[in-house]
Write a protein that binds this ligand. Structure first.
Ligand SMILES: Cc1cc2nc3c(=O)[nH]c(=O)nc-3n(C[C@H](O)[C@H](O)[C@H](O)COP(=O)(O)OP(=O)(O)OC[C@H]3O[C@@H](n4cnc5c(N)ncnc54)[C@H](O)[C@@H]3O)c2cc1C
Length: 427
């Protein structure tokens, strides 16, 4: 197996990873950015046949291309960490090892999906999941869509669906009117966000509104929502639900990086003022350190990139910007904290692990994640607990164990590269 080497390896080409690479590039260091998506941009600037990239996304992509010492490997996943400063990677063609002097983790976040009756009916997706599908070319023109859950991502998903010709018939936000109004009132501190909020405003947005169930057989037919004291049923073709974001900490955990909940109750990679993790030469930036939006990810990425090449002075110049967006993140967490009523959405027969068909009632008596896995097969299926693990953490407070390799499904030939250094070609 081939062994390559770089000065700086960045995992994730979202806003954080792109900013880190561009900040570090003037040093002349050899920089490799890997990402499992087909093109740089991360979640917010996801590309595809149905996507229109905003100018900011183009600006960052152009900046990556301008630097001859940045190599972007798209469609590339991390499979394992065979030694202290080496990652086993795989793309569509090959598997190979990449040895690094410095590593920056910019692995972003994923949606929190929570189970409720009918969440497995075809046509129910995540809110960000719907965005990704539309950007990938899913036709939704003329469809009636209900978007439910929590946070500003609901409005972003609604905007994407509307632009693609769908009719968004309801946006159901679980947070209270007071919480959302407080958030809106705080936005003038971040004028760009205030403008964004105005452009995303939607007449069908309702607060204190929670999903009860989705009805349908082979396709969504309607959704039942609890709005304050009453229930309403809305006919629709599609339901998109997102209950906030969960930082992607798995790679960092596998390497041994410490975690923190930072007072939010959500586990994220712990970093210091230089974005350094608890491991030497390993930094982290963006939403793997806690969710807070693309501006925070860009500021953190720049600091991590500069700190990784030893330019502490320049890194400090970005601290004020980061603090500004840390405050925005804190406001987001306060305003859109999930109410405990969301824990009561699943009924006894509601599947929590949809890969292995494990209902809520089968998990209620388990003592923790390992018990649920060993005795109920929860998390043993194709997604390996990526969906139900987060749900179980919210519903039961179970902490998932440290991930083990392979981090993602991999070809046998790639896994054979873990056998030992004897069969590595050095380049
Ligand atoms: C589904 C979804 C949709 C979103 N849509 C919006 C939106 O419309 N507007 C908005 O303001 N915010 C949106 N967000 C929030 C958004 O994620 C952030 O604001 C911003 O993109 C965070 O930047 P980041 O660089 O930290 O992470 P991301 O943008 O998430 O980038 C992380 C990148 O790392 C890659 N990656 C992760 N692990 C690995 C691995 N092991 N190997 C290889 N690659 C890996 C991912 O594929 C991804 O491309 C969305 C979030 C999610 C989860």
């Amino acid at each position: 197996m081939t062994l390559e080497h770089c000065d700086l390896l960045i995992v994730g080409a979202g806003p954080a990873g792109m900013a880190a690479a561009v900040a570090a590039a003037p040093s002349g260091a050899s920089i490799v950015v890997i990402d499992d998506n087909p093109a740089p941009g991360g979640q917010i600037w996801r590309d595809g046949p149905g996507a229109t990239l905003p100018p900011a996304a183009r600006k960052w992509r152009d900046a990556l291309e301008r630097h001859a010492n940045i190599r972007v490997c798209s469609g590339t996943r991390v499979v394992a960490a065979p030694s202290r400063n080496e990652l086993l990677l795989e793309d569509a063609e090959r598997g190979w090892c990449m040895r690094w002097n410095k590593l920056i983790l910019c692995t972003g976040a994923r949606e929190l999906l929570l189970p409720f009756p009918g969440w497995t009916v075809p046509g129910v997706t995540g809110a960000g999941g719907l965005q990704a599908l539309v950007k990938a070319g899913l036709p939704v023109e003329g469809e009636r869509i209900v978007i439910a859950g929590s946070g500003p991502l609901l409005l972003a998903a609604a905007a994407t669906a509307r632009t693609a010709g769908a009719k968004v018939v309801r946006i159901a936000e679980q947070a209270s009117f007071a919480a959302v109004a407080g958030f809106a009132a705080s936005l003038p501190r971040w004028p760009g966000k205030a403008v964004q909020a105005i452009t995303l405003a939607h007449a069908q947005y309702r607060t204190s509104s929670r999903i009860v169930s989705v009805q349908g057989g082979t396709q969504v037919e309607s959704v039942r929502l609890r709005q304050g004291p009453r229930e309403v049923e809305i006919a629709c073709d599609r339901v998109a639900c997102g209950f906030g974001l969960v930082p992607n900490t798995q790679l960092g955990q596998m390497l041994g990086c410490a975690l923190t909940t930072g007072g939010t109750g959500v586990q994220a990679l712990a970093v210091d003022a230089r974005q350094a993790t608890s491991l030497p030469d390993v930094y982290a930036a963006g939403e793997c350190t806690g969710f807070g939006g693309s501006e925070r990810a860009l500021a953190q990425g720049a600091i991590a990139g500069l700190a990784a090449i030893g330019n502490e002075h320049a890194a400090k110049q970005h601290e004020r910007e980061r603090a500004r967006w840390d405050a925005f993140a804190a406001q987001l967490h306060r305003s859109f904290a999930l109410a405990s009523a969301n824990k009561h959405m699943p009924q006894p027969d509601t599947l929590v692990c949809r890969c292995e068909d494990v209902p809520f009632s089968a998990l209620a008596g388990c003592s923790g994640w390992t018990d649920a896995k060993l005795h109920r097969r929860c998390g043993m299926g194709a997604c390996q607990g990526r969906v139900c693990g987060d749900a179980a953490q919210f519903l039961f407070g179970w902490s998932p164990p440290t991930p083990r390799p392979p981090l993602s499904p991999a070809r046998i030939a790639t896994l054979a590269g873990l056998a030992g250094p004897g069969d590595v070609d050095r380049q």
